[in-house]
Design a protein. Sequence first.
Length: 446
Amino acid sequence: MKSLKLLAASLLALAVAGTASASQLHITGSTAIRKALYAGIVRQLTTEGTVYTTCCDPNFNNKTPDGAQQATFVAVAGGVIQDSVQCCLSGSVGGQGYVVGGGNVQSSITAVGDPTKAWISIPAVATITANWPTVTVNAGGTFTYAGGTIAVNGAAGNLGQTVNLASGAPLFDPPATAHICMSDSFQNSTQYDSTDWGLTLNDTQEGTVTFTLAKGTNSTAPAASYARLTSLSAQNFQALTNKGFIELEQITGNAADATVDVVLVGRNSDSGTRLGVFAETGVGPVSTGAKQYLPLDQNGVDASQSNSTQTIQTWQLLASTTNGYDSGAFVKQTLVDAVSGTAVAPGGAGHTFIEVAYVSEGDFGGVALGYNGVLASQAAVISGTYTLWTTEHLLVDGTTIVGADLALINNIGGQIIATNSNGAYVNQGGLGCHRTGAEGSTVLVP
């Protein structure tokens, strides 16, 4: 009997040890880097077993995991969960606040909750293997999903949660502080400096995140006017943020463009994309007030949302100058939206419009515009001729992320490679130029 008890105790100890050895990381921060980050996670977890994933997105938009703000990835081998990673990418600047300030990422999706801040929970292996898709990433950064019986809000065929997200638990974990943040901002460019909180964050500079200016695929402007909009200068962008729209004539110098409104759509003040673009163009810090517009459909619904017609009918000036989208995915949707034949421009009767927005290359949509006459490309970033970029940082609380957890996040960081931000991401060692430590500073070429 004693030997059986000893054997049972030994087996229990082994089981507990096996469970305890698995890492469960919580990552928050930049949505601009999510495709490259998620690809790095999948590549690393693939070395441990079969990778399963599920996702959701604020406002209940149907997103595949590589396009979602919230996603969970799990490696399974021999019927046992190995390592897992839970991501809630709620914005670069705000993400730093969760890590540095110790704020909890919320858990539930309710009428008063914030659906942009929640950890998707990890159920038992049987539920994962039965209901979650497997995912792989090829050398070019393309995600492939297979299997699973996933539905979003009861609509089959989408990769997301299996019930309406508004019901909350048990789909989400209790509130927890993330100790890892992906940020396209230096700490000294934000209000969150870890030293002020008695913390020291390990900062690994992963590479660059390229941002681009784009015009909507569709517009009400005459074809000739639409074609003349090819690039914006820093001064053009400053004028846009000052008013929310400007006449195209101010950009092209062509009198025929005097009644064409160039309308700005953009991000909120938690966004690293906003921080980087505002700094580079001379608008100011991320908190600088900026007038931006919200596109609405015929029913008065935000035209970026899945429950809209995704056809732009009119424009609404945002109530606050710090407001904007919390993810570039929403901006991307507006750039590819259709436009109603009776759509109204901000400038009023007789005016037509062209939407303009700023996004990361990973969220690119619409038609690319040059910045100061140069189009975004990996080669242009490397050479220093295209300067609308920031450095991507992997910020880790070294007091809590140690041992196997630290090894896993470092391995994931090593898997973030150039092929995963629409071909414009540049690994840190691949740059032929550099900045001296703050967004918007002069790009120096040796």
